[in-house]
Design a protein around this ligand. Structure first.
Ligand code: GLA
Length: 347
């Protein structure tokens, strides 16, 4: 694998941002930014050999700084929601930034997605790291966090997260890439399968109620067998209404990097994505809140123009008592891995 880099811009507060390009032996490549550990492009051949960029992103740094939606970024310190922004650990209450209606979402107003990380790279991959001080967006504990990306000759993107703290805190790290296996247009015809028998039920603000829903009892939410993302999305189902589409945490049947968590396939391009992860859940988000905007190379993005498979710990896990617990304590080391493996079916 070859790593090259170029300046990508300067943030509004004067920090230089670099774009790294990881190219494998097949000529397929990933472009990463040290701003938000962002996956900006992921370019690989479709079934007829046409190089296709299958993630959403922007041309300029300013757009990454100003637009919402977390395109391609790593989100943290705690991905997804914490009810009322109230974090209670060992009887001590911490008030986090409340940035999503009544709740805390994706690390607050300025989460990990809006920070410049330190980059170290070699021919095997690139590691982004940062120090998140105690008090950042309200969190307890000084956190040293790293995200390592590797891009194999077999078109597998591996994301490895590590973190250590000096006081008990909540950590939940994910990547918020929007996949569109055709490069543009709708994803409603993509076939999706998720190896999950349950979801965590949401309230109308997309916060877990603490209850689980059996997918056998809820066909609209059920992806145990592959079906088009859009097939049931307009069904008058309360879960879909709460998320304005899919925006739900699927409880993986058997997490682990040697087992498949989810599979996404586009019949139009012949590209398949297989997701494997050590994390217990995956948030399926059908880009319901992605307002119309101009993306890379003049491509227009629309709601439902991407699928996010955000591997994660369950939302609001501490307050709801979900296991495994996302509390990280001094002396412990968080280690999570997610692999997105791509292939294209030759016609
Ligand atoms: C996650 C959330 C959504 C939304 C998107 C980004 O998927 O669950 O509600 O915030 O991120 O817009």
């Amino acid at each position: 694998m070859e790593v090259t880099h170029r300046p990508f811009g300067v943030t509004k507060d004067g920090q230089s941002v670099t774009e790294f390009r990881l190219t494998n032996r097949q000529g397929a490549y990933v472009k990463l930014l040290d701003y938000g550990c962002t996956v900006r492009s992921l370019v690989l051949p479709d079934a007829v050999g046409k190089m296709t960029d299958i993630v959403l992103g922007y041309d300029t740094l300013r757009e990454y700084e100003e637009r919402d939606g977390y395109l391609g970024a790593v989100v943290g310190r705690f991905a997804n929601r914490i009810g009322g922004g109230k974090l209670v650990i060992d009887g001590q209450e911490y008030l986090l930034a409340v940035n999503d209606g009544p709740n805390h979402l994706h690390g607050g107003f300025r989460g990990f997605d809006r920070r410049v990380w330190k980059a170290d790279w070699n021919e095997k991959g690139i590691t982004f790291s940062r120090f998140s001080p105690e008090g950042e967006e309200g969190y307890p504990g000084n956190l040293q966090v790293a995200v390592r990306y590797e891009w194999s000759d077999e078109n597998e993107l591996t994301i490895h997260y590590t973190a250590e703290t000096d006081a008990a805190t909540a950590v939940n790290l994910t990547n918020h890439s929007y996949f569109n296996l055709n490069g543009s247009g709708s994803v409603l015809e993509h076939l999706l399968q998720i190896n999950a028998d349950q979801i965590t039920e949401n309230d109308p603000d997309c916060l877990p109620t603490g209850r689980f829903i059996e997918l056998a009892d809820c066909p609209a939410m059920d992806f145990r067998t592959a079906k088009p993302v859009g097939r049931d999305i307009e069904i008058p189902d309360q879960n879909l209404r709460n998320g304005k589409g899919y925006d739900h945490n699927y409880v993986l049947r058997s997490p682990g990097i040697d087992r498949e968590a989810a599979r996404l396939y586009s019949p139009a391009s012949g590209i398949t994505l297989v997701c494997r992860t050590t994390q217990p859940g995956v948030q399926l988000y059908s880009a319901n809140f992605l307002t119309e905007r101009c993306g890379k190379n003049g491509v227009i993005y629309y709601p439902r123009g991407g699928v996010c498979l955000e591997t994660q710990h369950f939302p609001d896990a501490i307050a709801k008592g979900f296991v495994p617990s996302p509390i990280l304590r001094p002396g412990e080391r968080l280690e999570e891995t997610t692999i997105y493996a791509f292939s294209s079916e030759k016609p």
